[in-house]
Ligand binder design. Structure first.
Ligand SMILES: [Zn+2]
Length: 281
């Protein structure tokens, strides 16, 4: 059984990763077209048919003043076959002593369905009644307003926002955006048109939550290895390089909602070759 939650301290902030489903994925989906021998070596697999651990999750961040979430995971649903856990975010949240009404704001890395799921609960009611949902304007427009987006799950995403729009719980921004003294949303499009990452800083430490800029830590090392889900591959590559370079420049810890709980890394670069070492915290 993999972990379903874990917490650590970053300066004055308590950071918790909360599972909404621990499952497994075919690495060939996450690393489309990568040569088998390269993939097997990078991921330490017996062969490329071996499934790799994959999580749907949310990060809860608690300061003395506020509680906020990064993404709202996959939401209420039927379990996948052979999954270890599923649709459990609200249970994991309450285990941390936090009720949905305690959440002050939610930031969305992007609006793919597995990052907006708990915007609404199992009764299609707003899950976080006191939270402003913050998302890049370009991302919001792409999913909510742009008729040219023919993504098959577009309407499901729109349903997850309709009550929030009616209730004035949405805030959008353009470019990079400093949400508060600890959190900056950094524009890193490519996986989707308005994808952002989250830079979190406190007490001289920093953490970058990579969104779907890296479904797996090895995406930050091999920035030209693409999941099948990337919307624009050249932009997604550039975003991954940008994420890696910011992480190195700031000596940030990196982590992501799809990484097994808890996976923290530090990146380095030499002669254009990137490396990631896992760390404990
Ligand atoms: Zn995702």
């Amino acid at each position: 059984m993999t972990n379903v939650s874990a917490s650590f301290q970053l300066g004055d902030l308590k950071i918790s990763q909360l599972s909404d489903g621990a499952t497994f994925r075919d690495p060939k989906i996450l690393f489309d077209g990568v040569e088998e021998k390269d993939l097997v070596a990078a991921l330490g697999l017996a062969n490329s048919s071996e499934l790799i651990p994959f999580n749907f999750s949310t990060f809860l961040i608690e300061s003395q003043q506020n509680k906020w979430l990064v993404d709202t995971a996959y939401g209420f649903r039927d379990p996948e076959e052979n999954t270890e856990s599923c649709a459990e975010l609200l249970i994991r949240l309450s285990e941390k002593g936090v009720q949905p009404s305690d959440i002050d704001f939610v930031v969305h890395s992007h609006l793919h369905f597995d990052h907006v799921g708990w915007n609404l609960d199992e009764n299609n009611k707003i899950t976080f009644p006191n939270a402003t949902h913050i998302v890049a304007e370009q991302e919001f427009d792409w999913w909510i307003n742009y008729e040219g987006n023919d993504h098959p799950l577009k309407e499901k995403v729109q349903e997850k926002f309709k009550p929030l729009i009616e209730n004035n719980q949405i805030k959008t921004f353009v470019g990079d955006y400093k949400v508060n003294e600890f959190l900056t949303m950094i524009y890193a499009p490519g996986h989707t048109p308005g994808h952002t990452i989250q830079l979190i800083e406190s007490g001289g430490e920093s953490l970058i939550l990579v969104g779907d800029g890296a479904h797996h830590p090895q995406h930050l090392v091999h920035q030209d290895w693409h999941p099948i889900f990337d919307w624009d591959r050249p932009q997604a590559r550039a975003a991954r390089k940008k994420i890696a370079n910011i992480a190195i420049e700031k000596n940030s810890i990196v982590s992501g909602v799809h990484w097994p709980i808890l996976t923290l890394g530090k990146l380095s670069e030499k002669n254009g070759n990137y490396d990631l070492k896992f760390i404990d915290k």
